[in-house]
Structure formats: C-alpha cells, structure tokens
Design a binder for this molecule. Structure first.
Ligand code: 4AD
Ligand code: MG
Length: 441
C-alpha cells in the first residue's frame, strides 16, 4: 500500500498508518543509537524517531548527516504520544532528501536566541520558525474573518484606488509618487472613496494596503499596513459603535475557533480572548481624560494628561489596562480630530467619533466617526485645514447630491494581530514589515 500524503496538522487522522510528509528538517537530536529529527511542513512540527535497527543503514546515515532546513520527503508510521507536542510522533521508515543544506553554508537561524535586527534582516527565512508561521496563520484567519463578517452582513466590497491626488489623514504622512509628471500620493485610507460607494450601494467596505510616512519609531506604527474600512449610509455614531463591537468580537471568536493550536504554539493567554464579546464599555473622551488625570495624581502615570490633547501612547496603555474588553472612547474634542468628522449637535466643540482601544495595553485598533453631512461645513473645514479645494470637489459632490448622515471606521489589521497574538511589536504581524529604517528584504 502506498503511504498517504499527509500534513503534520492532520496526523491525527492516520494513527497507526504510514504516511508521507513533504517538508524540512527543523532540528535534530541524537542519543546513542537513536535519532530524533524534528520536521516541519508549514502546518506544524512533528518529532520523528529512528533507531539504528529500525531503518536501513542508508536511511540512518542520511538522517544522521541531515542539516537544518534541508528539504525532504519522509515516510513513517504515525504513533499517538501524549507527551509529544501535537500528540503524535513519527516512526521513520524512509527519507528522501530533495536539497541538502551544505555544512559550508549552514542555515543562518539556529534554534538559539538571535537579536531582532539579525532576524529582521533574514525575515524571508525567519518566517519558517514555528512561532512566526503560527502568527502568519492567525493573521490570515483574522483577515478571512474580517471579510467574512461584512460579506455575510450585506456589505459590498468596493476597493478604492491606491494612487490618489489628495490627503485623507493629514498631509504630514503622505508618500509622494511621480504620476507622469504630476504629483500623486499613496493612499493613507480609502475612506473618502468608500463614502461615495456607500452613497451608491448603502453598506460597503474596503480592504487593502495603506501607507503613511510615519517618521516616528514606535512598536505600533508601520509605513505600509492593511486597513479594513466599512462605511454605511444613514448610520449614526451609536450604530457605528455597535458595529465595531460586534465586528471585533466576531474576529476574536473566529480565531479562537479556527486557530486555537496556533495560539497555543505562541503561548497566548486564551482566557483573555474568550472574554471579548459584546457589549464593550463606552467612555466619553471627557470621562477618559478624568481617569487619566486621576491616574497621574495617584502616581500611576508619569506625565500629567492635558485636557484637550489626543491620548499619548502611555495614556492609552494605562487606560486599556483598566478594562477586560476593548474600550470605545467617543466624542473627542473636534480640534484634535480629522476635518471630515461630524460635530456633536449637543456641543459642536466635540466630534462624533470613536476610537476603539484594545486591552492589555495594545491601544487604538479602530478609528472612526460619523461624517460631516453639510456642504457648507465640509467646504469650510477643507479650507480651514489648508487642503486644496479643487482636489475635493468630487468629495463635496457627495454633499451636493443627496447628502445623508453616514459613518464608518478603519481597523488596522497589524494592530489587531499584535493584540490577538499578544506581541510586543507590529513588525512580527505582517510577512514583511515596512518601517522607518527598514525596506529590506
Ligand atoms: O485612525 P486612523 O488614522 O483612521 C483613518 O484612517 C480613517 N480614515 C478610517 C476610517 O474612518 N475609514 O486609522 C485607522 C486605523 C487605526 O486605528 C490603526 O488601527 C491603524 O489604522 N493605523 C495603523 N496601523 C499601523 N501602522 C500605522 N502607521 C497606522 N496608522 C493607523
Ligand atoms: Mg486614529
């Protein structure tokens, strides 16, 4: 009988049978007459066992001399073992080497500790490690669930352009491009475009890469990141907050359901994620500001929080540590927020906006708002923000022809991956991170 071609993640279906695995040697250990090679195949790792007497001398010799990351096709019998990670071991029968990594040029990333710069310089190889592979699998599930929620709730995906003539989120973080002699920019957000598709289709979303020339070096900022943005005609700020809490909960629960073993590989505290269900606490900016001032008075925060400012990173970190769930901070002072945000009719010095801050110190994962509906107000905002009025004529058309209250938000995928995986830095949340000082590999 020909052994079944299996993957490591599905070995449980083959207990007691011979299978063939296609993969790489991750690590190996020898003990007298026994060799314990660990293989990986992209779906997981499994330890093999070969005794000098259980395999042919050639196979034993090949295994003994196999180098890390050599590519192989291995045949062996699956055996349940409670102590083994994943629950199974492989009693090796045969091994075929596809490419043997030579001793003269060994695989550079050994199982010992390496510095982050060393690893980022070799990101194309680092992603092979069980931990990095698990993170990328979780990222893919987050993106799948992020699209699934909208696709199954009546939203239409409408992709905005990446090459754009004007700023959406302020002019200081634009990446310029030469567009046949005219200046253009890489998009910072698809929002302005999906406002128009929302007024055409009702409920829409976009999902794609966005770019910001962030000069600051922080653990939360990339220069190229993926954003998913819903926009809904006739939705107000309250409706938007309900959408946000249901949305985030769906994503977290999907990861728990479909990527539990990967969460275990990276050692994530799963109980913290299980708590993420609607509703989330809603906090006015003013209430959050009072909490921060009190925290400073009590010695929990080094710097005093100045009322009227946006929250700094330490403020956000402290604030989110006070809640088990993401906290939705709404109605910031209009002065610190974007030109397109609708003022609060109760007090127009506040904006009808919301930031969703993830717990455990992760901070802002979503930023959104109700949008200015009035033509006159939007025009004066564009002027007072020194934005080029010509470039925004089409956007003003949305207020000339059938303007309605509408709302939307943007969620940064990498921030969400960092939080769900419990990572210190966004550089590990995307296959190839782009930051102030890195564009290689
Ligand atoms: O809060 P932001 O700037 O909001 C917007 O761009 C709106 N136009 C979105 C909308 O309403 N449709 O960005 C939205 C989210 C942030 O909450 C954060 O998660 C992420 O995008 N983000 C970044 N992620 C990684 N690196 C950066 N430099 C980011 N800047 C924003
Ligand atoms: Mg924001």
């Amino acid at each position: 009988q020909v052994p079944a071609a299996a993957t490591i993640s599905t070995l449980g279906q083959y207990d007691g049978q011979s299978v063939t695995l296609h993969g790489w040697l991750y690590n190996s250990r020898e003990s007298g007459k026994l060799i314990f090679p660990i293989f990986r195949d992209g779906t997981g790792t499994v330890q093999g066992v070969a005794h000098v007497k259980s395999v042919s001398p050639e196979v034993f010799d090949t295994l003994k001399n196999l180098t890390q990351e050599s590519s192989v096709i291995v045949t062996g019998k699956v055996r349940a073992d409670k102590r083994a990670p994943g629950g199974y071991e492989l009693d090796i029968e045969n091994v075929q080497v596809i490419q043997r990594v030579p001793e003269s040029d060994p695989y550079p990333i050994t199982p010992k500790e390496h510095g982050v710069d060393f690893l980022m310089e070799r990101r194309h190889l680092w992603i092979r490690s069980p931990r990095q592979s698990a993170i990328l699998r979780i990222r893919a599930e987050i993106m799948r669930a992020a699209a699934e929620y909208f696709d199954s709730n009546g939203f239409v995906r409408t992709d905005p352009p990446i090459l754009t003539p004007a700023a959406c989120e302020g002019t200081s973080t634009l990446f310029p491009v030469d567009y046949f002699g005219d200046p253009a920019f890489l998009t910072q957000s698809g929002q302005l475009y999906i406002e128009s598709t929302a007024l055409a289709l009702g409920k829409v979303y976009s999902f794609g890469p966005t770019f910001r020339a962030e000069k600051s070096k922080t653990r939360r900022h990339l220069t190229e990141f993926w954003m998913v943005e819903p926009e809904v005609a006739f939705m107000d700020l309250d409706g938007l907050m309900t959408l946000a809490e249901n949305y985030i909960s769906h994503i977290v629960q999907s990861v728990l359901k479909n990527r539990r073993s990967e969460l275990e590989v990276i050692g994530r505290d799963i109980a913290r994620l299980e708590a993420i269900t609607p509703p989330f606490p809603r906090l006015r900016y003013d209430e959050a500001a009072k909490m921060l001032q009190q925290a400073h008075a009590d010695g929990h925060l080094e710097n005093p929080f100045e009322y009227g400012n946006d929250f700094g990173s330490p403020d956000e970190t402290w604030l989110t540590q006070q809640f088990e769930k993401p906290v939705m901070v709404h109605r910031y002072p209009a002065a610190v927020k974007a030109f397109y945000m609708e003022p609060d009719p109760q007090d127009p010095t506040y904006a009808l906006c919301v930031d969703v801050l993830a717990p455990e110190g992760y901070g802002e994962v979503i930023g959104g708002s109700q949008r200015v509906a009035s033509y006159e107000l939007l025009k004066s905002r564009i002027e007072s923000h020194d934005l080029p009025l010509e470039s925004f004529q089409w956007y003003l058309d949305l207020r000339r022809y059938g303007s309605v209250p509408h709302s939307g938000f943007g969620m940064g995928i990498e921030r969400v991956v960092a939080w769900i995986c419990g990572l210190d830095h966004v550089r590990e949340t995307i296959p190839f991170a782009r930051t102030l000082h890195r564009i290689y590999p």
